[in-house]
Design a protein around this ligand. Structure first.
Ligand SMILES: [Zn+2]
Ligand SMILES: [Zn+2]
Length: 333
């Protein structure tokens, strides 16, 4: 019962993450999957804010949080990094008893990866994504030539910022600002992803995919090691009335046995493996966009149109990941 509940919780969390990362395809706009994906990706944040405002009062909630609550980022920083740290501490103790070189490498890599993943979250979060201001709007207008299809040749005007909108920029309704080469607003870093922080955002995805893979590998190594030590891999099992088999011959029976015998290790390992695949796939999606010099915003406008491609994927990648020099501060008047 405990293992079943843990597995159902992990499966629900995996479905949530899968919807948040991949439920936004252009064909899914207006469908129930698209609506569920919008809720999973960030729609739950204002809903949770409303609940909190109801509990502590809107005035106090606004005063405490300046009108915005970075709930997804707090969830990442608190819950996820707490899970990583707890899994690392348990794994560290068990792996220390082994002495095998691969286990020693996992032990050394895990805390470094946790710190690097936390740092990458904060780096992407506090970096300026490329806010369009009165001082730098001329540079953005010159740097991004409109294509006349996705972005009009005569730049539109942003009424909220009272500034012209450079090609490839977008006004973020959450942050209330225009961002140069706008990609999307990410609740996990509580920041827009744009011209100046797309590199740190991709590092954030890569480090978390690696961390999930390392965590899943550590769990699998510990479960597999214990099964081997006890000679359970070669032992013969038999369901009532069924044929005899060994765990090595039946992946389904092996998964069922591991979830029953090691519910925490096997459950966390499966969850981390699943999250690693999802985050890894999301990383590949962003790398593909970078190789085409296309943003998520442009992909949703028209997936097939890539008017900003340069000569060769390497030039595209460089253009996407290497922001132009930061604008010089305005001279004193
Ligand atoms: Zn604006
Ligand atoms: Zn934003």
């Amino acid at each position: 019962m405990g293992a079943g509940l843990a597995f159902a919780t992990l499966a629900a969390a995996g479905v949530w993450l899968g919807l948040a990362l991949f439920g936004h395809g252009p064909g899914l706009e207006g469908t129930r999957v698209g609506a569920a994906a919008r809720f999973a990706a960030g729609g739950w944040v204002p809903a949770a804010e409303r609940v909190l405002s109801g509990a502590v009062g809107p005035g106090r909630a606004r005063a405490a949080c300046d009108g915005r609550l970075p709930l997804a980022q707090l969830l990442y920083l608190g819950l996820f990094s707490g899970c990583y740290a707890a899994a690392g501490a348990v794994g560290d103790q068990l792996l220390a008893e082994s002495g095998a070189p691969a286990d020693a490498a996992l032990r050394a890599a895990f805390p470094l990866l946790v710190l690097a993943a936390l740092f990458s979250n904060l780096w992407a979060s506090f970096a300026d994504p490329g806010t369009v201001t009165r001082e730098n709007v001329a540079r953005s207008l010159a740097a991004y030539t409109p294509d006349g299809m996705l972005f009009p040749l005569k730049p539109a005007h942003c009424a909220s910022c009272d500034l012209p909108k450079p090609a490839r920029s977008k006004h973020c309704a959450t942050c209330n600002r225009c961002v140069s080469r706008f990609d999307h607003h990410c609740s996990w870093i509580d920041n827009c992803v744009g011209e100046r922080n797309i590199g740190s955002f991709i590092s954030f995805l890569a480090l978390n995919a690696l961390l999930c893979a390392a965590g899943a590998a550590a769990c699998a190594r510990l479960v597999w090691g214990d099964l081997a030590d006890r000679g359970l891999l070669g032992a013969r099992f038999q369901y009532a009335g069924g044929p005899a088999f060994t765990l090595g011959e039946s992946p389904a029976a092996l998964a069922e046995f591991c979830l029953g015998r090691y519910p925490a290790l096997a459950g966390v390992g499966l969850f981390l493996g699943f999250c690693g695949l999802l985050v890894g796939a999301f990383l590949l999606y962003h790398l593909r966009l970078a190789l085409r010099n296309q943003t998520t915003n442009e992909y949703y406008k028209c997936a097939a149109a890539t008017p900003f491609r340069r000569r060769g994927p390497a030039a595209n990648l460089r253009a996407a990941l290497c922001p132009p020099p930061a604008p010089a501060p305005a001279p004193p008047t």
